[in-house]
Every structure is written in structure tokens, then in C-alpha cells.
Design a protein around this ligand. Structure first.
Ligand SMILES: NC(=O)C1=CN([C@@H]2O[C@H](COP(=O)(O)OP(=O)(O)OC[C@H]3O[C@@H](n4cnc5c(N)ncnc54)[C@H](O)[C@@H]3O)[C@@H](O)[C@H]2O)[C@H](O)CC1
Ligand SMILES: [K+]
Length: 502
């Protein structure tokens, strides 16, 4: 355990390396006194429990493809548990049974006669579109490129429009790094206990489909023994990162936020950030648009105030400051350096605030400790250079966060929060509909709001990222691809209601 200052209860679900899964299973089995067959049974059961809840559970034909290891063993448990009078289950084995793992062989012997079994080499390669395909060929044990039969099978399955489910990992996908080869293309990936790192990579979006993490009863304390520095942020983690207010709390406790940005033509950005800050609970929000006559600026809602005074910002009057949304790059170096010189509390830096750091890298060192940077991939690339893949990108994010003692939020699907102590936290909330103009400005406003409410920078980052994703999920339930950033803002209050953070 490398983060000794954190209690187990303060930590999130660790994402452990594929190579450690076997060690984790062994440790768990020893400490809980259960056998590997029992653990495999739990994996199969959790898969089937999920399956029976899906709209496609009424499909009659199910094909289960099994490899020689324990992923294949899981497939056999699934085949047995799915079997009933209404369904026809076909198991296709990639290897001769005698070459398979012990637990595979045991579960093979438990298959009921009603399950039809065929060797891949004898299989006629026919599947109707109204079938379900369960891919239990390879899991975390994949250790070499696919041979001819495996490649042929996966290429064929990928052409079909049947519903495709991957057990633990889409076959062929390595657990911890980017795939370069052929991989099963799933509609759903049902992964056991914790998401494997590669399931969080944008390169694999097309092959993972919808990601579901199934609990198979391995305790978090067992998983923590193998934890390195990667965690998965889920709904159950959020409550403990929040502050609570009481009847006697006053406007000051909820914080006074200053948002600097909004050049001509881009004032919407601070409007969105400001509105989001209010909806996140800020007491007072002032917008400082970077236009010739700030008092001509019309805030999006009357609760927003405008900061238009000449002669400096008096940062000590504010509980939090965010710089960047819509600010533009037409900013002079000494003005920007002056801002960073004056401010002595952690700030949020977004968009053009980050682009300015790329333009004037000598200012990176001037960021107050624990400041929060929220780049998307392109802004991050401008800051640190191109990464060859997501694995390299997240490493660079961590290097940056530790080197400069800041929190770096790398926005995207499964947004990464890179902490200055080296932890990498991957977010679970959010969806594709959030990729819309102004979504990032909303996040900035939310994080600035939590900072202003005197959350620690770490908690402000965690709560901001999670609530933002959750608000996106809520808003998209009725808007789908027509969702806009303002819809995300309007859904923020509902996130607090659903999480019972009141
Ligand atoms: N705690 C858990 O998450 C549990 C996971 N379970 C499942 O077990 C697999 C891992 O099983 P393992 O036997 O270690 O590996 P695989 O089944 O993925 O594959 C190993 C098998 O395949 C051969 N192989 C490797 N690469 C290739 C290739 N390119 N082509 C052909 N064959 C290949 C290798 O030689 C082995 O023979 C995990 O993913 C879960 O699904 C447990 O059931 C419960 C606990
Ligand atoms: K699989």
C-alpha cells in the first residue's frame, strides 16, 4: 500500500494489473477459504444475473465461445446457468478439452446434455442475426498474438449483427495497454470486480461497447493489497468527499467565486461556468469578462454578478478563482504573470488559461500548489507534446501533476484525475452526449464552486468530475444527442438529490 496517509475507507476501487488478477484470486481464495471453482461460479452467476435483466434475455439462440483458460471456464458456467427449456445453448470450444485449465475441465463435466458442444474446427460457422454471442475465448490471460483459428473466429464474429457480449475483456484485448491487433467487438463488456485499465482507453471505445463492472464478492481490502496507483471513481465513493452545511450556514460559507475569461465573442463560456457554479451551490459568483466595457455584459441569469472594476482583482476577497473559459489567447504575458503572482490560493485553470501556459511555459512553476488544470486531449497535447497512445498520455498527466504539484484533470470518456501524489483516478460517470460545446466550461464552474465552498482541492476535483458526469447522464435521458451544456447545468441539482447530498 503506497498511500499510507489515506484510510481504506477513503480510497476507491483499485484498478489492478492483469498479471495481478491471478495473485488476487489466490489471495482471496486463501483468506476466504473458497476454491477457484467457487470463484468461477460466482463470476458466471453475476454475469447471468445481469443477463436475465436485459431486454434481449428472451433471445432463444445463444452461442458461447470458449478458450482454454479460466475465461473459457467462466463461459461454461454461463452456458450451464443460462440453459433452460426456452433456450438453445451452443458451446464452441477453441481447444481440445484435455488442453484446457483444470477449472475449465471441471465445468465442462458439469454441462447438461441439453447444451450442444462442438469443437471450433467442426463448427459450420453459422449464426443467425437474432442470436446472442458470448465471448469467453480470452480474458486477462491473453499473452500472444491470435493464431489463425482465433483470428478467423473473431473476424467472423465481428461481421455479425447478433448481440455480442464479452466476458471480462473482449477477446484479444490486453488488460493493461493499448491493443494493436484484432479484438472481438462487443456491444457490452461485463468485467469482473474492477475495470481492467485498457477498458478505460478511448482507443478501445468501439470494441468495448457499454462497460459493466460485475461484483463477484472479492473484498476491496483484498484488492487493495495489489493496488498500485490506479482507482475507479464510482457513485458510492462520492458522499464521503462532500462537506455538509447546516441551518446556521450563511452565504459566506458557500463561497464567493470569481471567474475570469470571456473575451469578445466568447462570453458564453464564463456565463456557463458561472451558472454551473451557482447550481453547484456557490453563495456568490462574479464574472470578469475580458471585454472593453464589462458592465455592458449580460449574465445568463440575474443571480450572476459582474466584476468590472479596473485596477486588479483583490483576490483575497474571493474563496476561489477560475481562469480561462473563453479568455482567448490575445493576452499579454505580464498581465497573465501578474494574475498568477497575485493569487495565493489554488486556482482552476481551463481552456485558454491552459493554452496560455503552453504559450508561456515558464509560468507553469508559478501555479499555486494544488491548483486544478482541466485540459482536454488537445489542450494537454499543447502543454506537454504528443502522446503515442492513451497509456503514454495518462503517464504524462501523472508526471505533470507530480512535477508541478497540481491536480491535472484530463477530460474525456472516463476522465482521469491525476493527483500530485501520483494517484490516477478514473471517473465512471458521464456519456457520449456530453461532448458538446460548453461542457468543459460547466465542469470548470462546478470545480470552482466546490473550491469556494472550502472543499480541499482533491475533493473539489473528485466531486466536480463525478457530479458533472452524472448531470450529463441525467440530462441526456430526455435529450440524447440534442443535449446542450445548459441542460447539464440544469441537471446539477438533481445529482445532489440522487446522491442524497443535501
Ligand atoms: N477475479 C477475477 O477477475 C476472476 C477471473 N476469472 C476469469 O479468468 C480469466 C483469466 O483466466 P486465465 O486462465 O488466467 O486466462 P485466459 O482464460 O484469459 O486465457 C489463458 C489461456 O489462453 C491461452 N492464450 C493466451 N493467449 C492466447 C492467444 N493469443 N491465442 C490462443 N490462446 C491464447 C493461454 O496459453 C492460456 O491457456 C479472467 O479473464 C476471468 O474471465 C475467474 O473465473 C474468476 C475470478
Ligand atoms: K473474453
Amino acid at each position: 500500500m503506497i498511500y499510507k496517509n489515506l484510510l481504506l475507507t477513503e480510497m476507491m476501487l483499485p484498478i489492478i494489473a492483469g498479471d495481478d488478477v491471478k495473485k488476487l484470486d489466490d489471495f482471496h481464495m486463501q483468506s476466504e477459504g473458497i476454491s477457484s471453482v467457487q470463484l468461477m461460479e460466482r463470476a458466471g452467476k453475476s454475469f447471468v444475473a445481469w443477463y436475465e435483466d436485459q431486454s434481449f434475455s428472451s433471445v432463444i439462440k445463444i452461442y458461447v465461445f470458449v478458450g482454454s483458460g479460466n475465461n473459457g471456464g467462466d463461459g461454461l458456467v454461463i452456458a450451464r446457468l443460462l440453459q433452460n427449456d426456452q433456450r438453445a445453448i451452443h458451446v464452441v470450444c477453441m481447444e481440445p478439452i484435455e488442453n484446457c485449465s483444470e477449472d475449465f475441465i471441471f465445468n465442462f463435466s458439469r454441462l447438461p446434455d441439453s447444451v450442444e458442444v462442438v469443437q471450433y474446427t467442426d463448427w459450420p460457422k453459422e449464426i443467425k442475426d437474432d442470436s446472442v454471442i458470448v465471448d469467453a475465448v480470452l480474458g486477462v490471460g491473453v499473452n500472444r498474438p491470435l493464431n489463425k483459428n482465433y483470428a478467423e473466429l473473431i473476424s467472423f464474429l465481428n461481421t455479425l449483427s447478433a448481440i455480442k457480449l464479452a466476458v471480462d475483456l473482449p477477446s484479444g484485448l490486453p488488460a493493461d495497454h493499448t491493443s494493436v491487433g484484432l479484438v472481438f467487438q462487443a456491444d457490452f463488456t461485463l468485467t469482473f470486480q474492477f475495470p481492467k485499465l485498457s477498458l478505460l482507453f478511448p482507443e478501445h471505445a468501439e470494441i468495448i461497447g457499454k462497460l459493466v463492472v460485475l461484483d463477484i464478492g472479492i473484498s476491496e481490502s483484498s484488492i487493495h493489497r495489489f493496488s498500485q496507483n490506479r482507482f475507479y471513481l464510482r457513485e458510492i465513493d462520492i458522499k464521503k468527499h462532500h462537506k455538509y452545511f447546516h441551518r446556521f450556514s450563511h452565504k459566506g460559507d458557500f463561497g464567493k467565486v470569481l471567474l475570469i475569461g470571456g473575451a469578445l465573442g466568447k462570453t458564453g463560456a464564463i456565463n456557463l461556468a458561472g451558472h454551473a457554479a451557482l447550481r453547484t451551490g456557490s453563495g456568490l459568483v462574479l464574472l470578469a469578462p475580458q471585454i472593453p466595457d464589462p458592465y455592458k455584459f449580460r449574465p445568463i441569469v440575474p443571480e450572476l454578478m459582474v466584476f468590472g472594476e479596473k485596477g486588479g482583482f483583490c483576490f483575497e476577497e474571493f474563496d476561489s478563482v477560475a481562469i480561462g473559459p473563453g479568455m482567448g489567447l490575445d493576452v499579454n504575458f505580464s498581465w497573465f504573470r501578474g494574475l498568477l503572482d497575485q493569487v495565493n490560493l489554488p486556482i482552476v485553470l481551463d481552456a485558454d488559461g491552459i493554452n496560455l501556459l503552453s504559450k508561456f511555459p515558464e509560468l507553469i512553476d508559478q501555479l499555486p500548489v494544488n491548483s486544478i488544470l482541466t485540459p482536454h486531449f488537445k489542450e494537454f497535447e499543447r502543454l506537454v507534446g504528443k502522446s503515442s497512445d492513451h497509456l503514454e498520455r495518462i503517464q504524462r498527466a501523472t508526471d505533470f501533476a507530480t512535477k508541478y504539484n497540481i491536480i491535472l484533470i484530463l477530460k474525456g470518456a472516463h476522465t482521469l484525475i491525476a493527483m500530485p501524489d501520483g494517484r490516477q483516478i478514473f471517473n465512471s460517470s458521464g456519456n457520449q452526449y456530453m461532448a458538446t460545446a460548453g461542457s468543459g466550461d460547466v465542469l470548470t464552474g462546478m470545480i470552482a464552486s466546490f473550491l469556494g465552498q472550502k472543499y480541499s482541492p482533491e475533493n473539489a476535483a473528485i466531486c466536480g468530475v463525478f457530479h458533472h458526469g452524472m448531470a450529463g447522464e441525467i440530462a441526456s435521458q430526455s435529450k440524447y444527442r440534442g443535449m446542450i451544456a445548459s441542460d447539464i447545468i440544469n441537471a446539477i441539482p438533481e445529482t445532489f438529490v440522487q446522491l442524497e447530498v443535501l
